[in-house]
Design a protein around this ligand. Structure first.
Ligand SMILES: [Zn+2]
Length: 481
């Protein structure tokens, strides 16, 4: 009988902090949009004798990340030197945190599609610096040091995940949690979020971990999931064929969908960590942590729960509205103006998101303010305009400076609630449609509403969509019975 296997996955996530300046010097952190090697100084170029000074904002942002990921912030932590040679690392070492990181013992609660839940532990978060960037063109190589000493945090998970789906969900939740704190762009595309995966397999029921393989070069969350699935399959197959797994680093090739050896254990580096002599220990006070905790925005998870509870929305709708913090803010401001949470949610999810998609904009660039959207909904609820006319009003408002009420007034869009005027239209429609009246009288109870809808449609058409539908229905029922 074939053995049953269990996979063990841990993730290391690097996040760039958008603090504006680098971690040890005052150089601009706008490394990608500037001419190469323009944001450098003796400190981030690693000149001998140049002394690093810790950026206060980096500490603040790092604490925000720790709080967002349910970590304990250590009152005292230390920086260490990780020694290795790399052309884009001029100092010959990277300043990082090793065995005394600033944050530990966090977790992310992952819920899978099956409803199964798993608490994934976060071992530690450390503050460190980025390297420069090498570029290769044919036989020549170039180095851009704009990125050298960009502030990073590395978030190391416990080996708690058991499938690619869990890893994928973990990454999404981590991204959401950080995005709401606004400390990082969290974009894999832009390189502000990078992920490496540690993967091993073991026979089910076994306590001891199998030999783990580190996979790098993962450029999307989907690639992380695919690489994990590939690696699990490769490792099980190797063992079942009588082979063994080597502790090594492999690179994911997204085009061919395989992992390949990058370096084996024999080539593994000994980094000779030792305490960084140029920096004092990092001391963080309770007051500092509490002050930062107070500035933390409501988390996405909490906001979604509150939207579902207070505005009586489905979890799916709450998730859509909370996808971006700015969209959630827009929704809440619109609800304040409309006093109708459900209809406001529907308008945003259909009309507003449709326009944003068409125009390739985000909500902060949207031309209709939350107050104006709320007013449009209020005009519907107050019987001033029909929903159909409201769609027209919305389209006009996209490029019109006037208030929704002013447009309704000026364009003659107000709903006709004058019973006498509507009655005249109903009479005319009935006079022109004797066959529909016959139809209605002969129809059984199940079909009657359908015929009624047809007559309704005729009256609404005659009124150019402006007749109050409630009055139309009442009149039709009265006249047909
Ligand atoms: Zn610098």
């Amino acid at each position: 009988m074939a053995r049953e296997w269990e996979s063990v996955i841990g993730l290391e996530v690097h996040l760039q902090l958008n603090t504006g300046t680098k971690v040890w010097c005052g150089c601009s952190a706008d490394y990608d949009n500037s001419p190469i090697n323009t944001h450098t100084c003796p400190i981030c170029l690693g000149h001998p004798g140049a002394l690093p000074k810790l950026n206060e904002k980096v500490v603040e942002y790092a604490i925000k990340a720790a709080l967002a990921l349910n970590c304990d912030v250590n009152k005292v932590s230390r920086f260490d030197r990780k020694n290795y040679f790399y052309p884009d690392l001029t100092k010959g070492y990277q300043i990082t945190q090793f065995d005394h990181p600033y944050a530990e013992h966090g977790h992310i609660d992952v819920t899978l599609k099956s409803g199964k839940e798993r608490k994934v532990g976060i071992t530690k978060i450390q503050i460190e610096e980025d390297t420069g960037k090498s570029m290769h063109a044919g036989d020549e190589s170039f180095i851009n040091y704009n990125r050298a000493s960009m502030p990073l945090i590395e978030i190391v998970s416990e080996p708690d995940m058991r499938s690619s789906e869990e890893a994928y969900e973990y990454l999404n939740l981590l991204k959401d949690a950080i995005k709401y704190t606004e400390i990082s762009d969290v974009s894999m595309e832009l390189g502000s979020l990078r992920c490496d995966a540690n993967i091993s397999v073991r026979p089910k029921g076994e306590e001891k971990f199998g030999t783990r393989v580190e996979v790098k070069n993962l450029n999307s969350f989907k690639a992380v999931a695919r690489a994990i699935d590939y690696e699990i399959g490769r490792q099980i197959e190797t063992i079942e064929e009588g082979g063994s797994i080597d502790q090594e680093t492999r690179l994911w090739d997204d085009e061919v969908q395989v992992t390949r050896v990058m370096r084996s254990k024999e080539e593994a580096m000994d980094y000779r960590f030792f305490p960084e002599p140029d920096l004092v220990r990092l001391v963080i006070s309770d007051e500092q942590i509490e002050a930062i905790r107070e500035t933390m925005p409501e988390s996405k998870v909490d906001k979604m729960a509150r939207f579902a509870r207070d505005y009586k929305l489905s979890t799916t709708d709450a998730a859509i509205l909370c996808e971006e913090m700015e969209l959630a803010d827009y929704y809440e401001a619109a609800v304040k103006a409309s006093n109708n949470p459900k209809t406001t949610a529907n308008w945003i999810m259909t009309e507003v998101l449709r326009v944003l998609k068409e125009e390739n904009k985000d909500i902060t660039e949207f031309s209709i303010t939350s107050e104006d959207l709320g007013e449009i909904i209020k005009l519907i609820d107050g019987g001033k305009i029909s929903s159909k006319i409201a769609k027209k009003l919305f389209e006009i408002k996209l490029t019109d400076e006037r208030t929704p009420a002013e447009i309704v007034e000026a364009e003659g869009m107000a709903q006709v609630a004058d019973t006498g005027a509507i009655e005249a239209m109903v009479d005319e429609v009935l006079a022109n449609n004797p066959k529909l009246i016959e139809d209605y009288k002969e129809a059984d109870e199940g079909r009657k509403p359908r015929v009624m809808k047809g007559l309704m449609g005729q009256v609404m058409k005659a009124s150019k969509g402006k007749a109050n539908p409630t009055i139309v229905t009442e009149l039709l029922i009265k006249k047909l019975s």
